[in-house]
Design a binder for this molecule. Structure first.
Ligand code: NAG
Ligand code: NAG
Length: 417
């Protein structure tokens, strides 16, 4: 009897243990299933601002290839599309979507924001009244819901948002992946052309209308041969440049402020950043002109063809080198830089956290050096193979790489029979 009792309780014990094991495995599976995306609980809203209650990860729109029944999950596709960015990152394209879709021939302003730039963002929307594709980065912490509520509020109170803005939401733990964010804003823009703009700049003129005066330049843009530069300025006194309402609306008024030394080229102390625009020439120009003295640190604000120029390289994290690298690769690929004579943008001044910038700049300086060397050799091989080396398209590459990469000429000589 005793023995039976003993084995009965033993069996009960085993059953209980077995139950425990199954429960633990089940719970673990629920929590760690790689497909369940439990870590990303961002709730999207429809453009009317109502909570749709559907976590994005549960409504994936898989991509199907023409000859395959095998659907590709969206997050998997993104992990390759933006594979140089830091992972994991959670990207939700068209978190808000403009309606109706913009005309194809328009110029989309492609830009990046974080929540501290919402006020200048709203100003851009009111001012531009054209399509805007914005990558919004939100840190994956307990403040994200509050930030998304503020964004929803902006949508509810400003009908221009719904009319003109596509918001692409990026939620992850990585700050300042500017080139990844730029690529997102560009990738999901829906017009043939985009203007790569930093959110703090104020568009002072109607450059879209003014471009009609330059049909030849527009042809070059359409052919993917030209990038069109909007010259950038800033007020010399920080406080004078905070409020865009007082910014000059015509080149004439701007020139007066330049004369009075109240406004100057953007980042005058870092000549190479915008110097290639040649401001001396701009002051007297009435026609578009081409950049002749390109510098690898040149980082102007440009209008380019969406499907026609290289992407921004995503290896740069934080300040320094990132935008210059975008423009460097565009330049090496053979695109000409043309400056618009009557249009310009002005920086809306604000206070900066300077120390982060300094540390990151030192890191990126080295990364940019390596990047330039690599890009020179990569484009050289490309152009030799495609037959562009030795044609006008290869001219930028030849000039710039001979100048800034020590071993370039030697390698080129060896490579060519
Ligand atoms: C870029 O500009 C800076 C400052 O104007 C100059 O010192 C440097 O030599 C230039 N570099 C190239 C490669 O032109
Ligand atoms: C800039 O423009 C001025 C005025 O046209 C010209 O004299 C100067 O040579 C240009 N500078 C460069 C570096 O091209």
């Amino acid at each position: 009897m005793m023995r039976v009792d003993y084995s009965f309780s033993r069996i009960a014990k085993y059953i209980f243990l077995g139950y425990l094991c199954v429960s633990v495995v089940y719970i673990l599976h629920r929590f760690y299933d790689p497909n369940s995306q439990k870590g990303h609980t961002v709730t999207p809203r429809n453009p009317a601002g109502h909570l749709s209650q559907l976590p994005m990860a549960k409504t994936p729109r898989p991509h199907n290839w023409p000859n395959s029944e095998e659907p590709v999950e969206q997050q998997y596709l993104f992990s390759k599309l933006f594979s140089e960015s830091m992972q994991p990152t959670n990207l939700i394209p068209y978190y808000y979507k403009m309606d109706p879709a913009p005309p194809k021939k328009e110029i989309t302003v492609a830009t990046l924001i974080t929540s501290d730039r919402f006020h200048v963002f709203e100003k851009l929307v009111r001012n531009y009244k054209g399509p805007i594709s914005v990558a919004l980065h939100v840190s994956d912490d307990n403040r994200k819901d509050g930030i998304l509520d503020r964004l929803a509020q902006m949508y509810e109170t400003n009908p221009l948002m719904k009319q003109y803005v596509d918001v692409h939401l990026i939620v992850d733990k990585y700050e300042r992946q500017f080139n990844y964010w730029r690529n997102v804003a560009r990738f999901f823009s829906r017009t043939d052309y985009f203007l790569l703009l930093d959110i703090d700049f104020y568009l002072c003129t109607d450059f879209r209308k003014n471009l009609d005066s330059y049909p030849e330049l527009m042809e070059r843009l359409e052919a993917g041969q030209a990038a069109i530069v909007l010259p950038a300025f800033e007020y010399n006194v920080l406080d004078e440049g905070r409020d865009a309402a007082v910014f000059p609306k015509t080149k004439e008024d701007l020139l007066e402020l330049v004369q009075d030394e109240r406004i100057d080229m953007f980042h005058k102390s870092w000549q190479r950043g915008h110097g290639s625009t040649n401001y001396t020439n701009w002051y007297q120009s009435e026609e578009p002109y081409m950049v002749t003295d390109y510098n690898y640190s040149y980082e102007p604000y440009v209008i380019v063809k969406k499907d026609g120029v290289p992407w921004c390289n995503e290896r740069f994290i934080g300040y320094g080198g990132n935008k210059a690298a975008c423009l460097y690769e565009i330049y090496l690929s053979g695109v000409e830089y043309w400056i618009l004579p009557n249009d310009y943008i002005i920086h809306q001044n604000h206070d900066y956290p300077l120390t982060t910038r300094k540390i990151e700049r030192n890191l990126n300086k080295k990364i940019y050096e390596n990047f330039r060397e690599e890009a020179c050799f990569r484009y050289f091989r490309n152009m030799v193979a495609s037959g562009a080396w030795g044609t006008p398209k290869g001219e930028n590459l030849r000039r710039e790489c001979t100048k800034s990469v020590a071993s370039f000429q030697k390698v080129v000589d060896e490579f060519q029979p």
